[in-house]
Design a protein around this ligand. Structure first.
Ligand code: GTP
Ligand code: MN
Ligand code: MN
Ligand code: MN
Ligand code: MN
Ligand code: MN
Length: 192
């Protein structure tokens, strides 16, 4: 996929822009009282049945990419989470939509902030039950028979959001390289 810097992407004419974000943080919670969940990583079930990140189309002639992303977060998760240029990680041509550049952001938050977003996504977000069917946490652990991250990765994702998830998990060191490869390999076996 062709990659751009944020500035290069904005200089191109005739392209539409979409911004999405991975909100994540640390957690000391344990599944079944024994399996550390380690991190909270938020994605969403979209209206079309695909998994993706919160965010959406932004019009750079009317708002900055980051202000547009905060606006989308207000609509989709009920909190206008502040986003800055320092949260930007990549921009590339969309593999699924012609003339669309997708920008990806990552923001680390506290467990309390992430829990508040999960509450607001149901209680306050105007898109709840419409464009967004629910926020979901990504399981980062491995259970028997592919349970956990491998099964999660075997679902269907919008555009290149699955690749964005994997590269973000690597970049933020939420999983080791070996764990990521194992999850991808096990997910691949399930799809057969
Ligand atoms: P409307 O308000 O209905 O226009 O939707 P939106 O502004 O929320 O747009 P949406 O989030 O659907 O994103 C716009 C386009 O970006 C989609 O049609 C997809 O092609 C793409 N897209 C959606 N989610 C993701 C994502 O998580 N990652 C990437 N890379 N692309 C995405
Ligand atoms: Mn939206
Ligand atoms: Mn959206
Ligand atoms: Mn929108
Ligand atoms: Mn909308
Ligand atoms: Mn949409």
């Amino acid at each position: 996929l062709e990659q751009f810097t944020r500035e290069d992407a904005l200089r191109r004419e005739g392209y539409r822009h979409a911004c999405h974000i991975m909100l994540y943080g640390d957690s000391s919670a344990k599944l079944f009282g024994k399996i550390p969940i380690k991190h909270i990583v938020l994605m969403q079930m979209r209206f079309d049945g695909l998994l993706g990140f919160p965010g959406g189309l932004v019009n750079p002639s009317k708002e900055t990419l980051e202000a547009g992303l905060s606006r989308e977060l207000h609509e989709e998760v009920g909190v206008a989470v502040p986003v800055g240029v320092d949260n930007h990680v990549s921009s590339c041509l969309s593999p699924s939509c012609p003339q669309l550049i997708t920008h990806f952001y990552i923001k680390k938050m506290t467990e309390a902030e992430l829990r508040e977003i999960e509450r607001a996504a149901v209680a306050a977000a105007t898109d709840h039950g419409l464009e967004v069917l629910g926020m979901v946490r990504v399981p980062l652990y491995f259970l028997k028979n592919g349970g956990g991250l491998p099964y999660f990765l075997s679902h269907s994702f919008i555009s290149n959001s699955r690749a964005q998830l994997l590269s973000a998990l690597q970049r933020c060191r939420l999983l080791s390289q070996g764990e990521l490869e194992k999850a991808v390999r096990q997910a691949e076996q399930m799809r057969r």
